[in-house]
Write a protein that binds this ligand. Structure first.
Ligand code: SAM
Length: 313
């Protein structure tokens, strides 16, 4: 059972799929970030209610093997009916195209709901939360790349400071990097989330340690983005995957949670560059309304942008 509440569900289904309910031929819809399967489930349901119903296909991707395992059980029906394929991969892997048997079908909608799910942040062993004690890991796919601790144990002080500044917009980046390297030289580099959170909090003046935002928030964001190469993945999605995957007239919907992502998406979807394949569907980002925010505080920073692939491209 997933604890993740899908964000802007109605708006995504409406914006991504409603234009295609009368599609004269079977089409493919792709969910690049399966997570708890909230959006995938809604896509499957919506497609079944269209005239071509079960002929449409959904492909859902996640780099987290646990998310794939949970969805394999949850969606056993649609999988066995051949309406849903689950792919364990980073979404940059879609640059290589869709599974063989779907090639040739139009791709009319692609969704990416970026970042991590509530299930992931609530699992202490992933090391994503500074509130839950766990190893300083942060990898969404634990079989790939360096852990947060490996980065802190090996990078020069200057690189750690740059990382905290560029990916976390942390104003105390130099001081925090210095303390980290001091601890490391003394053989006292924390190996838990709460240990690092305490070290970071100690860099702040006492009033900031008890504010509404935990002082380690930006450091953890920066490390998570670096560990999972989140901006590199987003760049491949925007520059390669979406332009090649989405068929002319099809749509892409991107849900992001911080300004580093939204800035890139806004620019790519603006359609302003001459070579851009996109026409924006949403001029301004769609945000959650009061009732959604009351039910799901995680929706607070969510920004949804939708664009349509130009026909002439
Ligand atoms: C915000 S959650 C998605 C939640 C989902 N839309 C739902 O409603 O249940 C993001 C998911 O995307 C996955 N993810 C993040 N970056 C990814 C990437 N580059 N490639 C594949 N999966 C990724 C994470 O592992 C996580 O499960």
């Amino acid at each position: 059972m997933t604890r993740h509440i899908p964000i802007l569900l109605e708006e995504i289904v409406e914006g991504l799929m409603v234009p295609f309910v009368r599609s004269p031929q079977p089409a493919v819809f792709v969910d690049c970030t399966l997570g708890g399967g909230g959006h995938t489930g809604a896509m499957l349901e919506r497609l079944l209610a269209t005239p071509l119903g079960a002929a449409h296909q959904v492909v859902s991707v996640d780099q987290d093997a646990d998310a794939i395992a949970v969805a394999t059980r949850r969606f056993a029906g649609p999988i066995s009916e051949g309406r849903l394929r689950l792919v364990h991969s980073r979404f940059s892997g879609l640059a290589g195209g869709l599974p063989e048997e779907l090639r040739g079908m139009p791709v009319l909608g692609v969704l990416a709901d970026l970042g991590f799910s509530s299930d992931q942040i609530d699992s202490p062993e992933r090391g994503l939360s500074f509130r839950l004690e766990g190893p300083l890991d942060m990898r969404l796919d634990p079989s790939k790349g360096r852990t947060a601790r490996q980065i802190l144990a090996t990078e020069p002080e200057r690189s750690i400071a740059d990382l905290l500044w560029t990916l976390g917009e942390e104003r105390l980046s130099r001081k925090i990097a210095h303390r980290i390297v001091q601890a490391r030289s003394a053989g006292q580099l924390p190996d838990t989330t709460t240990g690092l959170a305490a070290l970071v909090a100690g860099c702040f003046p006492p009033p900031a340690r008890h504010g509404k935002i935990h002082p380690a928030t930006r450091t953890f964001q920066a490390l998570r983005i670096a560990v999972n190469d989140e901006l590199g993945e987003l760049d491949v999605l925007l520059d390669v995957v979406l332009p090649s995957l989405v068929s002319p007239g099809g749509r892409a919907a991107l849900l992001s949670f911080h300004s580093l992502e939204d800035r890139r998406i806004k620019q790519a979807f603006s359609g302003k560059q001459e070579s851009s394949p996109w026409t924006p569907v949403t001029r301004k980002p769609v945000e959650a309304g009061e009732s959604e925010l009351a039910a799901n505080p995680r929706a607070r920073s969510a920004k949804l942008r939708i664009a349509e692939k130009r026909i002439e491209n």
